[in-house]
Write a protein that binds this ligand. Structure first.
Ligand SMILES: *Cc1c(COP(=O)(O)O)cnc(C)c1O
Length: 430
């Protein structure tokens, strides 16, 4: 067993300060048991914990770190911006620069607004959709996570699903009743719900690749079917690309699958590891946002210069030719390397991947929805997780989360992952 005594000491102390010892639930290892690892530093694809143990990181801060940790160009941009002042509470040219780069990737974002987290971006988009349509209902998919705003903690994914509280206490019933839910990839169910509530649904919000219940790609026709339904019924389609934006392609899932949202939410990668979110879309909808219109939304640190600088430095590197093909090569290498390993355990495992997002489910058939993901053997996953950790591979500490590759992972790193996975699975399945 790896010695992680410093993490254990720190966790003791943290538990006297924070509920569950952490500041975001999935970090607490509750799903897999044991003590969370406290990190001292990260560099490239590697993390070092307080005891000096090294890990290959497949979490990437849950998505933002597509370039790996402490990429020198990003760090330099942060330091330079901070030296010129950390916040003005007034416009700076950095906001315009980042917005222009975002629009190169998402050309139909005629107007956008920067906020400080994905949660905030989604909150803004929902309020806007309700005001624009004059309707109250929203429709989401079970197992999709859109941040922790009240209306969206209904059959939510990520930590909420992992901890068995997909519909959180504290969300007023009257509000939860305004959120309709359907199974992911089930277009027929969405059609039925829309038919049952004619003219009452303001927006339909979807993760175009579901990354908060593992990694679930949209079935052919699913996203285009949603687009069509929204057009027919005057429903605002919100693509939540907080995770997939700049991840599955420079232009996100909308580029990869050729679907357009009326509103798009971004976060994670656009902040380059700093807190940034954004929402935007058609001018006609965005122009009802204050101060142009009357829908209120604001933020003291919105468009923060240091965070903008990190985002700009990150997007610059993503704009380099061959960035995404090279990342895809790594994903493919991992998939091809896993295939012969998984063949030893027929009907026990299912590997799903979109670009540099992937998940190894401890169940057989393909996973198309949360209902199917939930049938995974989470006890087997937990054993696998700890065996991987002891071999220096840091995975998300829950079955219902996506793993991430970064530009910093080398082919040798992937081989190390494959060796560790082969060894771990042999032990898990005896
Ligand atoms: C992470 C995530 C969010 C929430 O973003 P925060 O920055 O954690 O508030 C929203 N939607 C999706 C799809 C996400 O993956």
């Amino acid at each position: 067993m790896t010695n992680r005594s410093q993490s254990e000491l720190l966790f003791e102390q943290a538990r006297r300060l924070f509920p569950g010892g952490v500041n975001s639930p999935v970090r607490a290892f509750q799903a897999v048991g044991g003590t969370p690892v406290f990190f001292r530093s990260g560099r490239g694809a590697r993390l070092t914990d307080l005891d000096g143990n090294e890990y290959l990181d497949f979490v990437g801060s849950w998505g933002p770190l597509i370039l790996g940790h402490a990429r020198p160009e990003v760090t330099a941009a942060i330091i330079e911006a901070a030296g010129r002042g950390t916040s003005f509470g007034a416009p700076s040219p950095l906001e315009t620069d980042l917005a222009e780069r975002v629009r190169e990737a998402f050309p139909h974002l005629e107007r956008m607004r920067f906020v400080s987290s994905g949660t905030e971006a989604v909150m803004g988009a929902i309020r806007l959709a309700r005001a624009y349509t004059g309707r109250d209902l929203i429709l989401k998919f079970s197992g999709c996570y859109h941040g922790h705003a009240d209306s969206l903690l209904v059959k939510a994914g990520s930590g909420a699903a992992t901890l068995g509280t997909p519909s959180s206490p504290g969300v007023p019933k009257a509000l939860a009743e305004l959120t309709l839910t359907a199974a992911y990839n089930d277009l027929a169910e969405v059609e039925d719900l829309a038919a049952a509530h004619p003219g009452r649904i303001a927006c339909l919000i979807v993760e175009p690749v579901a990354g908060n219940m593992g990694c679930v790609p949209p079935q052919p026709g699913f996203l285009s079917g949603l687009r069509e339904l929204c057009d027919r019924q005057g429903i605002v389609l919100i693509l939540d690309e907080v995770m997939t934006g700049f991840r599955v392609a420079f232009g996100g899932a909308q580029e990869l699958f050729g679907v357009r949202g009326d509103l798009v939410c971004l976060g994670k990668i656009i902040g380059g590891g700093m807190p940034v979110g954004a929402f935007g879309g058609r001018k006609e909808i965005m122009s009802i946002l204050a101060p142009e219109g009357s829908v209120y939304q604001a933020g003291t640190l919105s468009g923060n210069p240091v965070a903008m600088a990190a985002g700009i430095a990150t997007l610059k590197l993503l704009q380099e030719r061959n960035f995404y093909p090279r990342l895809e090569q790594k994903g493919r290498r991992l998939e091809q390397g896993l295939r012969p390993i998984l063949a030893h355990y027929p009907e026990r495992l299912c590997f799903q991947r979109v670009g540099s997002m992937f998940c190894l489910y401890f169940r057989s058939a393909p996973v198309r929805s949360f209902e199917e993901a939930a049938r995974s053997d989470t006890a087997a996953f937990s054993r696998f997780f700890h065996l991987m950790l002891d071999q220096g591979c840091y995975l998300p500490p829950a079955q219902f989360e996506s793993c991430f590759l970064s530009a910093a992972h080398t082919m040798e790193d992937l081989d190390a992952f494959l060796d560790a996975a082969g060894h771990s699975l042999k032990i898990v399945f005896g």
